[in-house]
Design a protein around this ligand. Structure first.
Ligand code: HEC
Length: 136
Protein backbone atom coordinates (compact mmCIF):
# COMPACT_ATOMS: atom_id res chain seq x y z
CA UNK A 1 0.00 0.00 0.00
CA UNK A 2 2.74 2.35 0.92
CA UNK A 3 4.73 1.46 -2.17
CA UNK A 4 1.84 2.21 -4.43
CA UNK A 5 1.36 5.55 -2.83
CA UNK A 6 5.01 6.34 -3.41
CA UNK A 7 4.82 5.24 -7.01
CA UNK A 8 1.91 7.59 -7.67
CA UNK A 9 3.81 10.36 -6.04
CA UNK A 10 6.91 9.71 -8.13
CA UNK A 11 4.85 9.35 -11.29
CA UNK A 12 3.00 12.57 -10.73
CA UNK A 13 6.27 14.28 -9.90
CA UNK A 14 7.68 13.13 -13.20
CA UNK A 15 4.51 14.19 -14.94
CA UNK A 16 4.65 17.69 -13.52
CA UNK A 17 8.35 18.01 -14.13
CA UNK A 18 7.88 16.97 -17.73
CA UNK A 19 5.03 19.40 -18.24
CA UNK A 20 6.77 22.23 -16.51
CA UNK A 21 9.95 21.57 -18.41
CA UNK A 22 8.21 21.55 -21.72
CA UNK A 23 6.26 24.76 -21.28
CA UNK A 24 9.44 26.46 -20.10
CA UNK A 25 11.25 25.29 -23.19
CA UNK A 26 8.73 26.80 -25.58
CA UNK A 27 8.77 30.01 -23.57
CA UNK A 28 12.51 30.47 -23.88
CA UNK A 29 12.37 29.51 -27.51
CA UNK A 30 9.76 32.21 -28.10
CA UNK A 31 11.59 34.95 -26.26
CA UNK A 32 14.84 34.03 -27.97
CA UNK A 33 13.29 34.38 -31.38
CA UNK A 34 11.71 37.75 -30.56
CA UNK A 35 15.03 39.11 -29.28
CA UNK A 36 17.11 37.82 -32.09
CA UNK A 37 16.58 40.42 -34.79
CA UNK A 38 17.37 43.63 -32.84
CA UNK A 39 20.41 41.97 -31.27
CA UNK A 40 21.72 41.02 -34.68
CA UNK A 41 21.14 44.59 -35.93
CA UNK A 42 23.08 46.12 -33.06
CA UNK A 43 26.17 44.07 -33.73
CA UNK A 44 26.25 45.43 -37.26
CA UNK A 45 26.39 49.10 -36.23
CA UNK A 46 28.89 49.55 -33.39
CA UNK A 47 29.48 48.57 -29.78
CA UNK A 48 27.70 51.77 -28.70
CA UNK A 49 24.64 50.90 -30.73
CA UNK A 50 22.36 53.15 -28.69
CA UNK A 51 24.47 56.22 -29.28
CA UNK A 52 23.82 57.97 -32.57
CA UNK A 53 27.10 58.39 -34.42
CA UNK A 54 27.58 61.94 -35.69
CA UNK A 55 29.36 62.85 -38.91
CA UNK A 56 32.18 64.50 -36.98
CA UNK A 57 32.72 61.40 -34.87
CA UNK A 58 32.95 59.27 -38.01
CA UNK A 59 35.40 61.69 -39.65
CA UNK A 60 37.59 61.64 -36.54
CA UNK A 61 37.49 57.86 -36.44
CA UNK A 62 38.60 57.73 -40.07
CA UNK A 63 41.42 60.27 -39.61
CA UNK A 64 44.58 60.08 -37.49
CA UNK A 65 43.20 62.15 -34.57
CA UNK A 66 42.95 59.19 -32.23
CA UNK A 67 46.68 58.58 -32.30
CA UNK A 68 47.09 61.81 -30.31
CA UNK A 69 43.65 62.44 -28.79
CA UNK A 70 41.30 60.42 -26.62
CA UNK A 71 37.90 61.55 -25.45
CA UNK A 72 38.56 61.43 -21.73
CA UNK A 73 42.32 61.56 -21.19
CA UNK A 74 45.27 63.58 -22.45
CA UNK A 75 47.61 61.63 -24.70
CA UNK A 76 49.88 63.68 -26.99
CA UNK A 77 47.14 66.24 -27.50
CA UNK A 78 44.54 67.38 -24.96
CA UNK A 79 41.50 65.21 -24.19
CA UNK A 80 38.53 66.11 -26.37
CA UNK A 81 36.54 66.71 -23.18
CA UNK A 82 39.11 69.25 -22.00
CA UNK A 83 38.92 71.03 -25.35
CA UNK A 84 35.13 71.09 -25.00
CA UNK A 85 35.51 72.55 -21.51
CA UNK A 86 37.83 75.28 -22.72
CA UNK A 87 35.88 76.52 -25.73
CA UNK A 88 32.16 77.33 -25.74
CA UNK A 89 30.45 76.14 -28.93
CA UNK A 90 30.27 79.47 -30.77
CA UNK A 91 30.64 79.95 -34.56
CA UNK A 92 33.93 81.84 -33.98
CA UNK A 93 35.45 79.03 -31.91
CA UNK A 94 34.31 76.37 -34.36
CA UNK A 95 35.90 78.37 -37.17
CA UNK A 96 39.13 78.94 -35.27
CA UNK A 97 39.50 75.32 -34.18
CA UNK A 98 38.66 74.03 -37.67
CA UNK A 99 41.53 76.17 -39.01
CA UNK A 100 43.81 74.78 -36.33
CA UNK A 101 42.99 71.21 -37.36
CA UNK A 102 43.86 72.04 -40.97
CA UNK A 103 46.96 74.15 -40.28
CA UNK A 104 48.23 72.54 -37.06
CA UNK A 105 50.18 74.48 -34.46
CA UNK A 106 50.94 74.73 -30.77
CA UNK A 107 50.79 77.16 -27.88
CA UNK A 108 47.26 76.77 -26.55
CA UNK A 109 47.93 73.62 -24.52
CA UNK A 110 51.73 73.47 -24.38
CA UNK A 111 54.83 73.16 -26.48
CA UNK A 112 53.80 70.08 -28.43
CA UNK A 113 52.42 70.94 -31.85
CA UNK A 114 49.48 69.39 -33.58
CA UNK A 115 50.23 68.11 -37.06
CA UNK A 116 48.55 69.98 -39.91
CA UNK A 117 45.78 68.19 -41.82
CA UNK A 118 45.81 69.83 -45.26
CA UNK A 119 43.66 67.07 -46.72
CA UNK A 120 40.77 67.77 -44.34
CA UNK A 121 38.26 70.20 -45.84
CA UNK A 122 37.09 73.16 -43.77
CA UNK A 123 33.59 71.71 -43.73
CA UNK A 124 34.77 68.36 -42.40
CA UNK A 125 37.01 70.08 -39.85
CA UNK A 126 33.98 72.00 -38.58
CA UNK A 127 32.02 68.75 -38.25
CA UNK A 128 34.88 67.35 -36.17
CA UNK A 129 34.96 70.44 -33.95
CA UNK A 130 31.20 70.30 -33.48
CA UNK A 131 31.54 66.73 -32.30
CA UNK A 132 34.48 67.54 -29.97
CA UNK A 133 32.69 70.51 -28.43
CA UNK A 134 29.60 68.38 -27.82
CA UNK A 135 31.60 66.18 -25.39
CA UNK A 136 30.98 68.10 -22.20
C1 HEC B 1 50.52 64.40 -33.83
C2 HEC B 1 49.51 64.39 -32.80
C3 HEC B 1 48.14 64.99 -33.14
C4 HEC B 1 47.26 64.58 -34.10
C5 HEC B 1 47.43 63.46 -35.11
C6 HEC B 1 46.07 65.38 -33.94
N1 HEC B 1 46.25 66.29 -32.93
FE1 HEC B 1 44.92 67.69 -32.29
N2 HEC B 1 46.28 68.42 -31.01
C7 HEC B 1 47.56 67.90 -30.79
C8 HEC B 1 48.28 68.74 -29.85
C9 HEC B 1 49.69 68.53 -29.34
C10 HEC B 1 47.39 69.82 -29.54
C11 HEC B 1 47.67 71.02 -28.63
C12 HEC B 1 48.09 72.17 -29.49
C13 HEC B 1 48.28 73.46 -28.74
O1 HEC B 1 48.84 73.44 -27.65
O2 HEC B 1 47.84 74.51 -29.25
C14 HEC B 1 46.16 69.56 -30.26
C15 HEC B 1 45.03 70.37 -30.20
C16 HEC B 1 43.83 70.12 -30.82
C17 HEC B 1 42.65 70.94 -30.71
C18 HEC B 1 42.54 72.21 -29.85
C19 HEC B 1 43.24 73.32 -30.58
C20 HEC B 1 43.41 74.57 -29.77
O3 HEC B 1 43.93 75.55 -30.33
O4 HEC B 1 43.05 74.61 -28.58
C21 HEC B 1 41.68 70.37 -31.48
C22 HEC B 1 40.26 70.87 -31.69
C23 HEC B 1 42.27 69.20 -32.09
N3 HEC B 1 43.57 69.06 -31.67
C24 HEC B 1 41.60 68.35 -32.94
C25 HEC B 1 42.23 67.34 -33.68
C26 HEC B 1 41.58 66.59 -34.73
C27 HEC B 1 40.12 66.73 -35.13
C28 HEC B 1 42.50 65.74 -35.24
C29 HEC B 1 42.35 64.75 -36.42
C30 HEC B 1 42.01 65.36 -37.69
C31 HEC B 1 43.75 65.95 -34.50
N4 HEC B 1 43.53 66.92 -33.56
C32 HEC B 1 44.92 65.24 -34.72
C33 HEC B 1 48.08 66.76 -31.37
C34 HEC B 1 47.50 66.07 -32.41
Amino acid sequence: MRKRYLATLVLSAIFFAACGGESKKTETANSASTQESPAADNSMVSPNANKPVSKGETLIAESDCKTCHKEEIKVVGPAFKDIAGKYPNTPENVDKLADKIIKGGSGNWGEVAMLPHPNVSKEDAKEMVNYILSLK
